[in-house]
Design a protein around this ligand. Structure first.
Ligand code: ADP
Length: 425
């Protein structure tokens, strides 16, 4: 089965084509500046990288460009578009509707639309991506995989804000959490590396990229997570403030004479380590600046490390212990210095950091051999999770449809694909 994974943003579209038999990525790429002019970067196995400015008026034209490249003579890996068997979409917000990935139908589309007020920047482009695939690929089976889904297991005591309860009832204001697809991949892989079932483990997953979240995975289920109603909550990030006292908003708005939307823009785009340092949101720049004596850059890094450590401590307390702390995403996978700042002196919790193992950018244990708790680096792979979920859901539907049809008249003709998947069953 070949599965196309799509991550649609407002003016961009990332894609990866998987061969699920071999788990190989056959091709991947990025369409940018959709609706402005258009530029594509496409790489396919055994082919030269292809970068070109191509007019893409909307997401449907971007999907058309992608499918043409996937079957193109110079750039392609498939003979025809029919060899794409299903599409899996990253969808940011599933609200309280979705605790699992789902097959996309009209009801699902309506529910994703109802979540737009919860993620006004993300869900609309995700929907546009789904509709663009429908427009270009007809009735190809499509699956939605939600960033929020895994966190639907969080108990009420962790997802309720201490606000008037009617806000939860009327507006569904609660903690949702994000990065769920990454957390699923990383925690499952960590359990494999630990040689124990995921549902027997207490893990803390630190997804540290431009957006950073920390999640307590208790016996295979998300138990608490640092991002909240939106991805602005939690630890400080590249440009996002993370937690602050809410009264700061009114104070700053009055003194600076700015509106609430300007204030939120400051919190989302001009705060975090960028705001403190005034240097950059990229941790590499911050380390360089700190080494050259820039005190604000150093303070920004210290605030970040302090906040992640504080969250780790809290999550160990609410789970009643922790078997492993797992680092992933851009900073978690690559930034050895930040890992050291976070991990050193955690011996009192049973985590003995080994600096000699820490100079890695791949799957690794960075705790000392006899450390009771394990410190781990596990590179994330959200696209593979989306492809796997899509494979499982689409295959199950086809099996159901076959057996239903067989019961009716003994003829296994699939109503959705016309038999596209027979070879895979
Ligand atoms: P996003 O949330 O946009 O996916 P990433 O996961 O790519 O972000 O993380 C971006 C951060 O990762 C940046 O702060 C950058 O400094 C850090 N990073 C990425 N690659 C490296 C690297 N090779 N060495 C050190 N830091 C890195």
């Amino acid at each position: 089965m070949n599965i196309l994974v799509i991550n649609a943003g407002s003016s961009s579209l990332k894609y990866q084509l998987f061969n699920m038999q071999t788990r190989e990525v056959l091709a991947k790429g990025l369409c940018e500046r959709i609706g402005i002019d258009g530029r594509i970067k496409h790489t396919a196995s055994g082919r030269e990288e292809y970068i070109k400015d191509i007019l893409m008026a909307d997401h449907a034209s971007a999907i058309r460009v992608v499918t043409e490249l996937l079957i193109g003579r110079e750039t392609g890996v498939l003979n025809s578009m029919q060899e794409i068997n299903a599409v899996g979409h990253r969808v940011v917000h599933g609200g309280e509707f979705f605790s699992h990935s789902v097959f996309i139908d009209e009801t699902v589309l309506k529910a994703i639309e109802q979540c737009v007020p919860l993620a006004p920047l993300h869900n609309p482009p995700n929907l546009v991506g789904i509709k663009a695939c429908q427009a270009v690929m007809g009735d190809i089976p499509q699956v939605a995989v939600f960033d929020t889904a895994v966190h639907q297991s969080i108990p009420k005591k962790a997802y309720l804000y201490a606000l008037p309860y009617e806000y939860y009832e009327k507006y569904k204001i609660r903690r949702y959490g994000f990065h769920g697809t990454s957390v699923r991949f990383v925690s499952q892989r960590a359990a494999e590396l630990l040689g124990k079932p995921l549902d027997s483990l207490k893990l803390i997953v630190c997804h540290m990229g431009n957006g950073t979240s920390v999640t307590a995975m208790n016996m295979g289920q998300s138990f608490d997570t640092s991002m909240g109603f939106t991805p602005l909550e939690g630890v400080p990030m590249g440009t996002r403030s993370g937690n602050i006292d809410p009264t700061i908003l009114e104070f700053v708005m009055q003194h600076e004479g700015i509106s609430i939307s300007d204030m939120l823009s400051v919190l989302n785009k001009k705060s975090g380590v960028l705001g403190i340092s005034g240097v950059s949101s990229d941790f590499r720049d911050l380390h360089d600046a700190a080494e050259q004596g820039n005190e604000r850059a150093r303070a920004a890094l210290e605030v970040f490390a302090h906040s992640v450590r504080k969250t780790i401590g809290g999550y160990a307390a609410i789970m009643g212990g922790c078997d492993a702390i797992v680092f992933t995403a851009g900073i978690g996978e690559n930034n050895c210095e930040m890992r050291e700042w976070i991990c050193r002196d955690l011996g009192f919790m049973g985590f003995d950091f080994d600096p000699s193992k820490n100079n890695v950018r791949c799957e690794a244990f960075i705790s000392a051999k006899f450390s009771r708790g394990k410190l781990m680096v596990v590179p994330t792979n959200e696209e593979l999770v989306i492809a796997r979920d899509t494979e499982v859901i689409v295959t199950a539907r086809i099996k159901d449809a076959f057996s239903e049809r067989r019961q009716l008249d003994g003829q296994p003709i699939h109503p959705i694909t016309g038999g596209l998947f027979r070879d895979d069953l």
